[in-house]
Write a protein that binds this ligand. Sequence first.
Ligand SMILES: [Zn+2]
Length: 70
Amino acid sequence: MNCWHCREELIWGGDHDFEDHGLDGEGIVSNLSCSRCSAFVLVYYPIGEENEQDNIRQDTEMDKEVRKNA
Ligand SMILES: [Zn+2]
């Protein structure tokens, strides 16, 4: 993963639990810092949401078809 600002490779600093950051639920907070500029990146990765099915709505696509045929 590269720095958002200068594109330099980020250095992984470690992982913490959501709990350590005072957040609800299960998850990992990874911290990375840039070796060139002073950018600091936190990545919040929630765990346990894989079971919740995303409802991918295809209404928009269907609307397009209807309009095309009308
Ligand atoms: Zn940077």
